[in-house]
Design a protein around this ligand. Structure first.
Ligand SMILES: Cc1ncc(COP(=O)(O)O)c(C=O)c1O
Length: 404
């Protein structure tokens, strides 16, 4: 992502005004609050949902679940897609599927939504926070490599964090705001350290790196279909994998580990009730039919923001990284790295006050109460700068349709 060179003119007091003017030059004045990302139901949603109600197949079995899974596999190129109740459940399963056990540590970016870290905790494991790169807003592969070289030692056939004595069982990379991470390098680092990679592609449906879909590079990938995502099922998620054994096991674990039988209730391990209901999958099937249009519109909107911010001093628009095609799930700007939290908040106030829903990045995971004493890289300063300077802008696909 080329963070454009910051221009030197402009004064602090005018920055919020300049940002507001740039956003309004794209979206026009907002009479009503413009959400960050709203769902759009312009396809066959009613038909498919009505079909579920008419036939009575609304719950955890039905044709739409199977169809949604095969549509997802077709769209992403994953060999297996297993639909679940949300992206957090998908992450929980993904971590179990790559072998995360209680007492392990899992490398997680500190710049992420809380679900990424929580899913690690649900396994009884401990998140170990790593820094981001400015180029992608995702894990910095080189620094991850250095960090693993520094902390890892082998023991009992596992890779041990010599500083805590706990095994490090996996790495989770997250494609921030839909922008692909430097995935090839992350894969290399994981391979060098013999670590499974889980890709949290919750935000990246429709995003590709060198033509390959996000979520299909790691041992397991996950998606979210929350109401704020590019495609929604109300609530929903999916596990993606090319490994047939992992695919089978994902389905088994998400369906209470029930052994297939015409009438017997037999469960061969502790499973989860994580299966996506048919009525949600029906919505998803109709939404997926519109994915190419959603992504095209979101990319047009991103282009308009990029143009509007190109001449604004001390602000840079966040572009997709090289070699990638982003869905631009949430458009973002970065204030100059010297700007304060107070300046970010004054820009946020200015935008929200003008009915434009703008949000900061997530509070970093290592600052959250449950994770303040979790292990981490000594230097998380890139994430801290991003946290202090990043602002997400309204990004619904429909906004592209009123562009000049
Ligand atoms: C990066 C990331 N991971 C995981 C999730 C969890 O997805 P869900 O809300 O569907 O549980 C989300 C979104 O909400 C997310 O943005």
């Amino acid at each position: 992502m080329s963070i454009e060179a910051f221009q030197t003119v402009g004064i602090d007091a005018s920055l919020a005004d300049a940002v507001l003017a740039a956003v309004q030059s794209v979206l026009g004045p907002a009479q009503q609050a413009l959400p960050l990302h709203e769902p759009e139901f312009a396809g066959r949603e009613w038909d498919y949902v009505k079909d579920c109600i008419d036939t009575g197949w609304v719950s955890s079995a039905g044709v739409y679940v199977d169809r949604f899974e095969s549509d997802l596999a077709a769209v992403t190129g994953a060999k297996h897609a297993v639909a679940v109740v949300n992206g957090t459940a998908a992450l929980h399963l993904a971590l179990l599927l790559v072998g995360v056990r209680p007492g392990d540590e899992v490398i997680v970016p500190t710049l992420t939504f809380v679900a990424t870290a929580n899913a690690v905790a649900y396994c009884g494991a401990v998140p170990h926070f790593a820094d981001a790169s400015f180029a992608t807003l995702a894990l910095d592969a080189d620094r991850l490599d250095q960090h693993l070289n520094y902390i890892l030692e082998s023991g009992g056939g596992r890779k041990i964090n010599r500083l805590t004595g706990r095994p490090i069982a996996a790495v989770v990379v997250m494609h921030t705001f839909g922008h692909p991470a430097e995935i090839e390098k992350v894969i290399e680092v994981c391979a060098r350290h013999d670590m499974p990679l889980v890709e949290d592609a919750a935000e990246a449906l429709g995003s590709t790196w060198r033509g390959r879909h996000c979520g299909t590079f790691g041992t397991v990938g996950t998606l979210s279909f929350n109401g704020n995502k590019v495609v929604t099922t109300g609530g929903g998620g999916a596990v993606l994998t090319d490994d047939p054994t992992i695919g089978e096991r994902a389905k088994h674990l998400s369906t209470t580990a029930k052994v297939a039988h015409p009438w017997l209730y037999m469960h061969d391990e502790i499973g989860f009730n994580y299966r996506l209901p048919n009525i949600n999958a029906a919505l998803g099937c109709a939404q997926l039919e519109q994915l190419p249009r959603f992504v095209a519109e979101k990319r047009r909107l991103a282009e308009a923001y990029a143009t509007a911010f190109a001449s604004i001093a001390r602000v840079s628009f966040v572009h997709e990284p090289p070699d990638s095609c982003s869905n631009y799930w949430l458009n973002a700007i970065l204030l100059d790295s010297s700007e304060s939290l107070a300046m970010r908040d004054s820009v946020l106030e200015r935008l929200n006050g003008a009915n434009l829903m703008a949000r900061p990045a997530w509070t970093l995971m290592h600052r959250l109460a449950p994770y303040v004493s979790a292990p981490r890289m000594a230097d998380l300063s890139v994430s801290e700068t991003i946290e202090r300077t990043l602002i997400n802008l309204p990004s619904s696909p429909r906004l592209a349709r009123s562009l000049a």
